[in-house]
Design a protein around this ligand. Structure first.
Ligand SMILES: [Zn+2]
Length: 148
């Protein structure tokens, strides 16, 4: 009987220890959605720091925390918030640069395409050969390619 109780207690204890590990792992999974962007992550972390700052302020007002500790923690949170804001700004600038580069590349490709198209317009009959050719598809005259 006593042995049985000890056994049950041991199982209970084991579950008590193991269960939070399992549930916290699930929680971690649910708080980390697959589609979280770096920008959203930085913003979320900044919001957490602001909440911590508010809590700290509240605790200080309630005299639950020593002024010295309050000052130190507040400095830490402010530095963290500033760091996250700088990171967000740099990320924004990075994506702006990416957009600029993509636009430049697209414009350059369009120019190349236009130039390529010009290259295959027949000088004799004016036919615009749609693909790179050596001879005009309409009149058979040689196409001089200014790019080559
Ligand atoms: Zn032609």
């Amino acid at each position: 009987m006593l042995l049985g109780l000890i056994f049950l207690f041991a199982i209970g204890l084991a579950l008590f220890v193991i269960y939070p590990m399992l549930s916290s792992r699930d929680e971690e999974k649910s708080t980390l959605p697959v589609d979280v962007t770096p920008a959203a992550d930085l913003k979320r972390r900044r919001m957490v720091v602001y909440e911590n700052l508010q809590d700290l302020e509240f605790e200080y007002q309630a005299r639950k925390i020593a002024p010295k500790d309050y000052e130190a923690l507040r400095e830490n949170y402010r530095a963290e918030a500033a760091r996250l804001m700088v990171a967000s700004r740099e990320l924004d600038r990075g994506t702006a640069e990416d957009r600029f580069i993509e636009k430049e590349v697209a414009a350059r490709r369009a120019r190349l395409r236009d130039r390529a198209a010009e290259s295959y317009v027949c000088k004799k009959c004016g036919f615009n050969n749609p693909v790179p050719v050596k001879f005009c598809g309409n009149c058979g005259s040689p196409i001089s390619n200014p790019r080559a």
